[in-house]
Design a protein around this ligand. Structure first.
Ligand SMILES: *Cc1c(COP(=O)(O)O)cnc(C)c1O
Length: 225
């Protein structure tokens, strides 16, 4: 074996890292302040392990079952849950994922808090926000439902609040500005720093320009699914 990987993973990663760096330069942001989170859904574990050897330690997964299987087989890596979470999967989600980015309703947050105490676990969570209800069907908390959800979550020491995750409709970069304003408003209101997870393969530049702290990259990182 020589240094050129058969999968082409190292080359794809170099390209996407360069995109992140350039976007940070243009936005006059420190490149170290933006996390590139590889999204490994529907990708084989071997590719995750190859990314691990190239320095990546945290991976986003969409499905509880698939992520749980990967986390069990490769315990060194940290898997983060990005996809919709049903109430009957909260316990395995807490057990196997280090962070949950798709908390979007009060009943789910309360169930996670109860079970985190039972399992004696602490799991940083992000609130998935959907300001564009007509456009996306992926879940997410509406603007009206946000206040009671945040007030409840901030009282749960087992679920430290990290920030907001968003999956805006494609081709609508103003969505990132809306998220940035929402973050500002809630940081002031809660007196807490809040991170923004937004931007994917197609639109990471616009997300970074608007202030995203974490871009979640599937296709541009691992290749087609
Ligand atoms: C699949 C997915 C991503 C990555 O999408 P790409 O377009 O492949 O980069 C990011 N976030 C979520 C929530 C996803 O489901």
């Amino acid at each position: 074996m020589n240094d050129v990987s058969v999968s082409g993973l190292a080359e794809r990663i170099a390209r996407v890292e360069a995109r992140v760096r350039r976007a940070c330069e243009e936005a006059k942001r420190d490149p170290g302040s933006v996390e590139l989170l590889p999204v490994s859904k529907r990708q084989p574990l071997e590719l995750v392990q190859e990314a691990w050897r190239l320095g990546y330690r945290r991976f986003g997964e969409n499905y509880v079952q698939e992520g749980t299987a990967k986390a069990s087989a490769f315990a060194e890596a940290a898997f983060l849950l990005l996809g919709p979470l049903q109430r009957n999967k909260t316990r395995p989600a807490l057990a196997h994922f280090r962070e949950i980015l798709s908390v979007d309703r009060l009943s789910l947050a309360q169930r996670l808090a109860t079970q985190a105490a039972e399992l004696d676990l602490t799991r940083p969570i992000w609130i998935q926000v959907d300001l564009w209800e007509e456009a996306t069907k992926e879940g997410g908390c509406s603007e009206e439902a946000l206040a009671p959800l945040l007030e409840s979550v901030r009282r749960e020491p087992r679920l430290p609040l990290t920030g907001f995750m968003a999956l805006p409709p494609p081709g609508f970069p103003e969505a990132f500005q809306q998220m940035a304003r929402l973050r500002e408003a809630w940081q002031d209101r809660l007196g807490l720093p809040l991170r923004l997870s937004m931007g994917m393969s197609e639109d990471l530049e616009a997300a970074i320009a608007a202030g995203s702290d974490q871009v979640r990259i599937g296709t541009a990182f691992f290749g087609a699914r």
